[in-house]
Ligand binder design. Structure first.
Ligand code: ASP
Length: 354
């Protein structure tokens, strides 16, 4: 099925100076209640009717809706590729893009797109909401209007030239934030990188925080392929058989190891041995902290020195969401483990500090 495209109507006298493409993937913003009182995605063609105020914005708006909008818990690599393809096909026609996405996996998708959209020079603003747009006290309207404003903002050039997340009055770098709240409106936070903008009466941009190192290349999309990656969160009492079993998964290529504090893990012989055996089979280990603030410093404690000595790569202050999607991206882009390991240790899109 092909995507549905809707033009937000404007009056004949209107001359809008900028054009933004809204891509609706699904999520609570456009959901409605079914006969059981459960929220299910529905088509977002009525956006202009739900929000007549969009017509009075000085932005020419077009909405592309996924043919089959999803709850974002169902997002797959294919959805990311489709999203990237829509942006690629429309890149030169629009000043900016707004992606409407369910909040559950929004941080994964924003991180994934930040890597896939190489040489991006335009704003791609992900947003969503905690309540459907039709709900009286919904956060959807504010989030959508501000996201459109940011996606069309220019100061000679686009103000944001990266993948961002806008939510509840704050703009964040897309690959730096996490969903931290499922009830209140402040659903996202970015502990290790300051907000890129704060929205009040005016939109105050943090220009220093917005600058992201981009490769000099022109815009192109790297399609994501699947890879066999494990995410293992450490906890006291981790079972040896369970740990070894995961590391023996046929075809396993890499492990994101969620460690304690500044990158610490048990020093038990069996634990280090299991990692060393896996590394002999060319499995890559990436050390990411369970703390949402701070960073991995391998060798600071004796409980991380063995990881450093084994060749585990430090993820510094990267989020788990960015670590997983960065790995998928690198396995899609490179064949050689050495290139992948070097890139994992290097900030590519401002996803980690130096
Ligand atoms: N389950 C929903 C989703 O992620 C939640 C939301 O949109 O906030 O699609």
């Amino acid at each position: 099925m092909t995507d549905r495209i809707v033009k937000v109507p404007v009056s004949a006298t209107d001359h809008k100076s900028r054009a933004v493409l809204i891509i609706y993937t699904g999520g609570t913003m456009g959901m409605s209640y079914d006969q059981y009182g459960t929220l299910v995605p529905y088509n977002f063609e009525g956006i202009a009717n739900e929000m007549p105020e969009l017509k009075s914005m000085d932005v020419d708006l077009t909405v592309v809706s996924f043919s089959d909008p999803i709850d974002s818990s169902n997002v797959t690599i294919e959805h990311w590729n489709h999203l990237a393809e829509i942006i690629e096909n429309n890149y030169h026609r629009y000043q900016g893009f707004v992606v409407l996405h369910g909040t559950d996996t929004l941080a994964y998708s924003a991180s994934a797109l930040s890597f896939m959209l190489e040489g991006l020079q335009k704003p791609v603003i992900f947003t969503g909401s905690q309540l459907p747009i039709g709900a009286v006290r919904s956060d959807a309207r504010q989030n959508l209007v501000a996201a459109i404003e940011i996606a069309s903002a220019r100061e000679n050039q686009p103000v944001a030239k990266e993948v961002c997340v806008y939510f509840d009055y704050f703009l964040y770098r897309g690959n730096r934030c996490k969903k931290v709240e499922s009830v209140h409106f402040d659903a996202f936070e970015s502990e290790n990188h300051p907000p890129l903008a704060r929205v009040g009466i005016n939109i105050e941009y943090n220009h220093a925080a917005l600058q992201v190192t981009q490769s000099a290349e022109t815009f192109k999309v790297c399609r994501m392929k699947s890879a066999c990656i494990a995410l293992i969160k450490l906890f006291p009492g981790l079972n040896q058989d369970y740990f070894e079993h995961i590391l023996n998964t046929p075809g396993l290529q890499a492990v994101v190891l969620e460690t304690y504090g500044s990158g610490n893990a048990p020093t038990d012989h069996w634990f280090s041995q299991a990692i060393n055996t896996a590394m002999e089979k060319e499995i890559i280990f990436y050390n990411v902290s369970q703390c949402s603030g701070g960073r991995v410093i391998q060798g600071r404690y004796v409980t991380s020195r063995h990881l450093q000595e084994s060749g585990v790569i430090s993820g510094l202050d990267i989020t788990t969401e960015a670590a997983i999607t960065k790995m998928l991206f690198l396995f899609s882009k490179y064949r050689n483990n050495r290139q992948i390991s070097t890139a994992l240790a290097t900030p590519l899109r401002g996803e980690m500090g130096h």
